[in-house]
Design a protein around this ligand. Structure first.
Ligand SMILES: [Zn+2]
Ligand SMILES: [Zn+2]
Length: 260
């Protein structure tokens, strides 16, 4: 997921296969890329595209990667491990862009244009969700998060903290991998149902919800049916929440939703 602030710099969240096409689209710009890349965690679907991100090959690109450490291993070690022989022909240290790798923690990060806060998600391995603020706009990104167990953890306090973290967002991009029928056999896998994502969006009073992390076996028709059911339910309850299944290439302007 790419976020554009008011300046030239780009902000990229996770590095799945989509980052390859993003690299190509950024390459047509005249000036070298300056970007901050935030990784929520190191599961394959979030790093698979990283070695194929074209700007890594540009010696003039200025790239910084922020990611959580994993049980004694630094993000730099983990990125290097992904590209070890024989998995990839170029080692991490040989990329001409010489990207900087920064260990991300839970304290806010800011460059004066955007601020990024992190929250520990309910997901195997150390996984973050991010609250991204720029101007008056707020975007919350939780690609991998199982919301339901948080309701039972610490007498529901963890869920309340999650609700606070998402509160009032102009856009919530949240894990919605399973149907209610699929979920019982996947409890503890670290992913939410459509209903869990919707409940969080309602509890946090967000304006828009984009369902994310689609189950690979679900096709567009199945997703469209789920989307329609949710909209029908929302219309019936008088809710104004804008809900849709996220798709590759979708662009949303959050500035226009912000009252200034
Ligand atoms: Zn994951
Ligand atoms: Zn994932």
């Amino acid at each position: 997921m790419e976020v554009k602030g008011r300046g030239r710099k780009r902000y990229i969240f996770d590095a799945g296969t989509g980052i390859r096409a993003l690299g190509e689209s950024l390459a047509v710009e005249n000036e070298p890329l300056e970007a901050e890349i935030f990784l929520t965690h190191f599961h394959w679907d979030h790093i698979q595209g990283f070695p194929f991100f074209g700007p890594l090959q540009d010696p003039n690109a200025r790239l910084r990667i922020h990611a959580p450490a994993q049980e004694g291993r630094t993000p730099a070690e983990l990125l290097a491990a992904q590209m070890m022989e024989p998995f990839f022909p170029v080692s991490f240290d040989d990329f001409p862009s010489r990207p900087a790798v920064i260990e991300a923690g839970l304290s806010p990060w800011s460059d004066g244009t955007i601020t990024v806060d992190a929250f520990r998600a309910c997901h195997p391995s150390i996984t973050f969700g991010f609250r991204i603020r720029s101007g008056g706009a707020v975007l919350v990104y939780f690609p991998d998060n199982e919301a339901l167990p948080m309701l039972h953890e610490d007498q529901g306090r963890r869920y309340q903290q999650l609700v606070q973290f998402c509160a009032g967002a102009d856009l919530l991009v949240h894990d919605a991998m399973y149907t209610n029928e699929e979920y019982p056999s996947r409890v503890g896998w670290g992913h939410s149902t459509y209903e869990q994502a919707l409940a969080l969006a309602a509890d946090a009073g967000v304006k828009r919800l984009r369902l994310f992390h689609h189950a690979p076996e679900r096709d567009d028709a199945a997703l469209a049916a789920i989307e329609q059911n949710m909209r029908d339910d929302l219309a019936g309850s008088g809710s104004h929440l804008d809900v849709a299944a996220a798709f590759e290439g979708e662009a949303l302007d959050l500035d226009s939703t912000v009252q200034t």
